[in-house]
Every structure is written in C-alpha cells, then in structure tokens.
Ligand binder design. Structure first.
Ligand code: EPU
Length: 480
C-alpha cells in the first residue's frame, strides 16, 4: 500500500490551530502525554498526536434560551463508537491504517489517541480529513490507569495487543456513571482463546499461549458491543477458527469487521449473532471510512419532534435507525429521505406519547433513550420508557424534573406524563447522552437553561453549539 504518497498539504485541525508538522507533511499535534513526565521513546518526534487541542470544557457550560423551532441543515459526523474501535485496529498491524470521515474533534478520540500514543502509535491528519494511524512496533503493552480511567473504551486495546504482542496489561476500567459495567465477557472470551489472565493491582495482565492465541468458540452470556469487537480483533491473528455466538449486531461492529477484512482478516457473519473469524498470520494496512453517526442522527430527529420545524441531515443514513422510525412516526414526526439526505419535520401541534424499550441492536438504542425521554416530557398523554441495557441510565430524570417534567421511575421503567411546558434551570449530567438530553430540554424550555459539565458533550458530539445555532437555536458556550 502506498499510503503516505497520498498526503496532501496540511491544514488547521482545530479552532485553536495547535499543530506541528511531521516529515511527511502531515499535520500532527502534541500528545496529551507530553508535559506529564511520561514521554516515551516514540514520543520524541511529536508524531504521536491527539487529534484535538486540549480545551478544559469541564469548566465550560452551554447556555440556551428556549423557544425556537429548529430549521436548517446539519451535517452528521462520523460515528464515535465506530471510530474508537477502528483506531484500536492499528495495533494489529505494522502498516499504516487510513480512516476517513473521522470525527476528529471529539474528546473520546483524543483520549484514545493518548492511550495509543503511549503504546507506540503515531497519528496524523491529512488535509482531506483522513486520519492515518501507524504502529510500526508495540513500544509498551501497558495501558495505564491514568489514561484508561478517562474512557472505558480503552479496554479495546486489550484484544489487539494480546493478539499481536502476546502480552498486555490494561487497567481495569472500574465502574462508571452507567453502573458497574464489568468486562468479564472480554476476559472469559480471551481465556477461551488460551490466554492466561490474572487481575492484579487493578490491572488485567494477559499472556497468550506460546505461539499466540488459539481459535475458540465463545458464546456471550449477554450481548456485548465492545466485548464482541475486542474478541473479534483478537481472533483475527489467532491460530485457527473462532466462532462468537450471541455476538453484537451493531453497525459499528460490522464497520470494524469490514475494516479488518480490508486489512486481510477472514471474517464472516458480522451483522448476525454468529461471527466466524479464521485467523491469519499478519494483517496489513487499509483505507476505510467511518460510518455516519446513527446516534447523532437520531438525536437531531428527536430534537425536531421536540421543538418542531424541519431539519435536513446530510451525510446521514436511515439504514441503522429502523427502531427509532416507528416510535417517531407514531409520535407525529415525519421522516423521509430526499436526494440522499434525511428530512425530519414536525409541523403540527405537540408530539404524542409513545412507549419505548431499549434493546441491543436492532432494538431501540439505549444511546437514544434519554433524548426520547426529553421529547416525551412535552407530549400529549404519557409515554413509558424502559431501559434494559444499563442499570443506571436515568440520571437525566432528576434534572428534567427540576425543569418541570413529570416523570415517575419504577425500577428500570420511567413513566413520563406530558406537561404543557418546561422551565429553564441550571442543570448538569454525568454522562454523554444524559447531557445532550438536557440540551434538547433547554431548546424548548421557557427562559434560560444552563447545562454544566459539558465535557461529556464534547466527548461525543462535534461542534454541537455551532450545529444547533446554525438551525435557529439561541445557544452559546460560556464559562461555567
Ligand atoms: N456487560 C457485562 N460484561 C461484559 C460486558 C458487558 O456484564 O463483559 C453488560 C454491561 O454491563 C451492560 C450490557 O452487558 O449491561 C451491554 O454492555 P455492552 O458491552 O454492549 O456496552 P459497551 O460495549 O460497554 C457500547 C457503547 C455504548 C453503548 C453500548 C450499547 C462504545 C464505546 N460504547 O458500550 O455507548 O451504549 O455499547 O449499545 O461503543 C455512548 O456512546 O454514550 C455509550 C455509552
């Protein structure tokens, strides 16, 4: 592959434009590790990057004056939950991996870039927006606590490291705002492939058998999105065949499988609940697009249900949003495709109450539950929201109540009785999707809403203020 020959002239990556130039003429940024006394050999040339310049968004807030309907065009970013896993695939090969449609300004990508750079990955962004990741060698197979604690998805380096390097130490991610969220399936599956794994000093210390991981059969006790991805990546370099049963069917899993196949992996059945991987001795580089973010797309479709108006969503696909279309349609939001764009419209009255229950794909996504609950706060009648994926995903409820919502929680279900109006308030949330649900509430609330702790939003929504302001919202980023 001739990756570097395609390099175009560099451009600014971020409003702050913090950047340096690599020998290859690419734009590179300083690693988040720099200045923390942890500079490793591979970081000397600054070719280890974080795709965004640091901004202390923990101290910032978003202020919204509610009452405007949304009208205009939003371009959907590449999917965070696809991009993160595709970045980890760089650890499986010593060849460059080129990823297009990368949502490079997201905080989560920056965090993962820090983990990867610590391990030995260089990364650069071309002028045409293609990000190039290259891991010629594994400099250290250790993903330390101070990096992993910032983002649970860092666990996704475990499978690739073990497959390529035959040894890995990854900090246990611990609990998070959504509940305990164990990683026992990741560990059990790698053990089934012959890995010797101990949990010591807060770390998962994993050693592959002599000669590398062995193909195995593993049935997930419960569907796990990242569990499936971790084991699928590990199995690409294992000896023999691996069969993963009760595998996750999320489009992001298929997007990763397609990238791995382009790198030379032998994978079939992705998109179904049985994935078969025939191990190969080595993987090469590839050029691969990140799929559009279905959760961002769904968020703006729900936003129109709430505010009324009409949004045109570009670089978006309805293909992976089947479970949202039914409820939105029943509720009174019209969704259709036109010239490759998605049009979301609500022109008549209030939306109607509907019931939803989250499920693994292709069911209703847990990542849209909070946004849908916000929409229901103003519905005609009532709606029942049942969360089956995570044990603690109603953190937005007390905040929505403070804005005047009528919500009663019974275990894993929340009964939302529609009210006439929400009132602006100071609110804050402890996870990404809860945070965006409060932004949506602010768009329709009377008066001013201030959403604090917005680093959660910056983890997963690119340029959220600019995108909404471009469609008529009165919204700004302020010091918290
Ligand atoms: N689970 C276990 N053991 C495991 C793994 C999972 O018990 O080893 C349980 C979890 O505790 C949970 C359920 O299985 O109750 C499903 O968890 P899953 O592993 O599918 O979730 P995840 O892979 O950790 C990803 C996304 C989440 C998204 C879920 C469900 C990424 C980086 N994260 O999490 O995204 O909600 O799948 O689709 O892909 C978000 O973007 O805001 C977000 C939280």
């Amino acid at each position: 592959m001739n990756a570097m020959k395609e390099t175009a002239s560099p451009q600014s990556l971020s409003p702050e434009g913090e950047r340096e130039m690599s020998d290859a003429g690419q734009t590179v940024l300083p690693s988040p590790l720099q200045g923390r006394g942890s500079k490793g050999e591979g970081q000397q040339n600054h070719a280890l990057i974080s795709p965004v310049s640091p901004r202390n968004s923990g101290l910032e807030a978003i202020r919204i004056r509610g009452g405007q309907s949304l009208n205009g065009t939003i371009s959907i970013s590449g999917a965070k939950n696809a991009a993160l896993k595709l970045m980890c695939a760089t650890l499986l090969t010593d060849q460059p991996l080129q990823l297009s449609n990368m949502p490079v300004t997201l905080g989560d990508l920056r965090t993962l870039a820090g983990v990867l750079s610590h391990i030995g990955t260089t990364a650069a962004l071309r002028a045409d927006g293609v990000a190039i990741f290259h891991t010629p060698e594994i400099k250290t197979p250790i993903a330390p606590y101070d990096l992993v604690r910032m983002m649970r998805a860092s666990i996704l380096v475990l499978g690739p490291l073990l497959a390529r390097n035959h040894y890995a130490e990854v900090s246990l991610p611990g609990g998070c705002a959504l509940g305990t969220r164990p990683v026992d399936f990741h560990i059990e599956g790698l053990r089934a492939m012959g890995a010797d794994i101990v949990l010591e000093d807060g770390y998962i210390k994993a050693r592959a058998p002599v000669g590398g991981l062995r193909g195995a059969r593993y049935a997930f006790p419960k569907i796990s999105h990242t569990g499936t991805e971790n084991l699928m990546m590990a199995a690409t370099l294992a000896n023999g065949e691996t069969i993963l049963d009760n595998a996750a069917r999320e489009p992001e899993v298929s997007n990763l499988a397609e990238c791995l196949i382009a790198m030379g992996a032998k994978i079939s059945g992705h998109g179904t609940s049985r994935i078969t991987i025939e191990g190969v001795p080595a993987l090469g580089g590839a050029i691969h697009p990140v799929l559009p973010d279905r959760i961002e797309t769904g968020t703006w479709m729900i936003a129109v249900g709430l505010t009324g108006g009409a949004l045109r969503l570009k670089n978006a696909s309805l293909a992976h949003l089947g479970a949202l279309l039914g409820p939105l349609g029943c509720s009174g939001v019209e969704i259709r495709e036109e010239n490759g764009d998605i049009l979301a419209t609500r022109t008549n009255g209030r939306c109607r109450g509907i019931d939803i229950m989250t499920e693994a794909y292709p069911g209703f996504p847990t990542d849209l539950q909070a946004q849908m609950m916000t929409m229901l706060t103003l519905c005609e009648g009532a709606g029942l929201v049942t969360e089956t994926i995570f044990e603690n995903r109603f953190m937005h409820v007390p905040e929505l109540r403070r804005m005047g919502a009528d919500i009663t929680v019974h275990g894993s279900s929340a009964l939302v009785r529609g009210v006439e109006r929400l009132k602006g308030a100071e609110v804050m949330a402890t996870d990404l999707r809860a945070s965006v649900s409060l932004v949506l509430a602010g768009l329709v609330a009377e008066g001013t809403t201030t959403v604090n702790r917005i680093y959660h939003l910056d983890r997963g929504y690119e340029r959220i203020v600019e995108k909404l302001a471009g469609c008529g919202a009165v919204i700004e980023r302020v010091r918290g």
